[in-house]
Design a protein around this ligand. Structure first.
Ligand code: AMP
Length: 172
């Protein structure tokens, strides 16, 4: 039944640069049936667990994370690229193909006692999600797991994510 969702993920070759095949999830969102189907599938996977906070990773993780948090009865918070969050932050850097990236989280967004689910659209090499997981750990919260719409399994990103649960609705 995820076939209709898979069919609406569009491969865009050489975006944002040569050699990358970008998974464009916007057609999944624009169709009311597939949008509902993916949110319901995410919620179905995690509703048996206690989730206190959902973290969306900038920027497509925000789109999926907010309705998942709403449906699970959890709070929603965000990790963003440096300089975007207005309050005091903690930061984790991670390796990119050239240079490094970084993610920030508000210092008071999560804390000890929170069970946290991290959400993004695509798991590729895992560097981004791993950095989000380190932010959760640094704040003394419990990293319950990671939820992705699609996992590019040939890049072995799940290996970067330690012992947290990793669940992807689709694999490529
Ligand atoms: P990574 O850190 O390599 O796992 O990259 C994950 C982040 O980059 C996620 O926020 C994805 O949205 C984005 N990303 C990486 N590779 C792709 C791809 N081929 N198609 C779409 N998004 C991607």
């Amino acid at each position: 039944m995820m076939d209709a969702v898979r069919a609406r993920i569009r491969d865009v070759p050489d975006f944002p640069k040569k050699g990358i095949v970008f998974k464009d999830i916007t057609p999944v969102l624009s169709d009311p049936h597939t949008f509902r189907e993916v949110i319901d599938a995410f919620v179905g996977r995690w509703k048996g667990e206690r989730v206190d906070k959902v973290i969306g990773i900038e920027s497509r993780g925000f789109i999926f994370g907010a309705p998942i948090a709403y449906a699970l009865g959890a709070g929603f918070t965000i990790v963003r690229k440096p300089g975007k969050l207005p309050w005091e932050t903690v930061r984790e850097v991670y390796a990119l193909e050239y240079g490094e990236g970084a993610l920030e989280l508000h210092i008071d967004a999560i804390g000890p006692g929170d069970r946290v689910l991290v959400v993004d659209d695509v798991l590729a090499t895992g560097g981004t999600a791993a950095a989000a997981g380190r932010l959760v750990a640094r704040q003394g919260a419990e990293l319950l797991g990671y939820a992705f719409l699609a996992e590019l399994s040939f890049l072995n990103g799940a290996r970067q994510l330690g012992h947290a649960k990793v669940h992807s609705l689709l694999t490529f």
